[in-house]
Design a protein around this ligand. Sequence first.
Ligand SMILES: [Zn+2]
Length: 55
Amino acid sequence: MVKFPEASARMYRNIFVCRKCKKKMKSTARKINLKLLICRGCGAKVFRPVRKAKT
Ligand SMILES: [Zn+2]
């Protein structure tokens, strides 16, 4: 299996994680900025990109 950075960037770019309940949500950065994305788990509007999800 070949891994290349472009593919993982494509996979993770549009996925965000709820800061409260850590649920993953598929969205766009634009929706995050406009706070249009609401967590299905807890209703929070604060998200972070999934790439920092090491903690
Ligand atoms: Zn949540």
